[in-house]
Design a protein around this ligand. Sequence first.
Ligand code: REL
Ligand code: ZN
Length: 416
Amino acid sequence: MSVQSKELLTVVEEIVNHTTITDVHTHLFAPEFGDQLLYGIDELLTYHYLIAETMRVSDIDYDTYWKMSRQEQAETIWEALFIHHTPYSEACRGVITVLQKLGMDVSTRDLESYREALGRYPLEEYIALIFEKANVSSVVMTNDPFDEQERKVWLSQTTRDERFHAALRIDPLINDYDTVYKDLQAWGYQVDADLTESTIQELRRFVSEWIERMQALYVAVSLPDTFVYPEHSVRSTLIEKVILPVCREHQLPFALMIGVKRLVNESLRSAGDSVGKADIQAVEALCKSFPTNKFMVTMLSRENQHELAVTARKFRNLMVFGCWWFLNNPTLIEEMTAMRFELLGTSVIPQHSDARILDQLVYKWSHSREVIAKVLTEQYERLIEAGWNLTEEEIRRDVGQLFNDNFWDFINLKLS
Ligand code: REL
Ligand code: ZN
């Protein structure tokens, strides 16, 4: 049955809210990874986005903050951002949305009562509750084989919670080879500082073994705003000679997250990264030179978004995903999503959560769903005005593609 203009928003919202999501990029961990899985109110409040915001409104010095226990840090942030100021920034509102959706009375502003109420859940129950409230069916983790704590789990663990997929993250290899080749040597790979033919072979073996061990869905890296390709550099050689051949062999996408300026303020630690506009030609050159490789790309600068969407029109091996980090704000999600829908139709992965704390799945997705439903409704409205008959099944199909199928189809796509 065709959907009429006046009921459109309600129908789209209903479908958008009830379609379960595959979250293609998070920093969450399966329960097998122990305390690497962060959750609960103290973690929520000490999210690095909120640390940066606290430092703007408080005169606490950095060292004092970092020396505090996690609970004290959370209390400092709660006082600064939620009691002495109004928490309407996106990251602050996120905490309120989580508390509200978990049934807390946010009008009391009583942190201790939230701590007690949420702390009562056994972990397994809490994970199930958060996945249900967020209506997320599975998430992709960010898995770093160079991280000692994580590595140990991978080397000893054989089973994994099925809701958590793996992505092999190789930032240290690509961005810091001069340091990490020594780790690789210690782990039994015959590699040198120079990228000789035998070193290349060994590096391929390393990447391949970790893809298999993790059953990774894709290989990923974050790159600075200064990233260029091709160039005479270790990074370029590693991408061309190691990463892309292995990705081809396993038919996995290579995900590039471009535009981060790491640690512009070191005192802020994890909150100290910033953004810069990158050169789209690197993406164009990769997609063009390696037509049988698949690339998932997100860029951090707002200024890169239009050219990225245009580049995806030119290359079927490019899948644009998410509104990353500083772009994950309603105004920017709306602008970017509308532009992507207009340029790419349904062939985009509009969002990922980037959740670092389990509970964040609830707010990141409820906030994004609201904006995506609005933008989608506007697209449909224009079509209906042009005389197009739209059915509920078609809306369901589209939302299914945006929230799940586009990702899974791209993972399974074989380009030869
Ligand atoms: O995957 C990344 O590199 C980034 O998303 C993270 O490093 C960043 O800290 C994250 O929390 C942003 O949302
Ligand atoms: Zn991330």
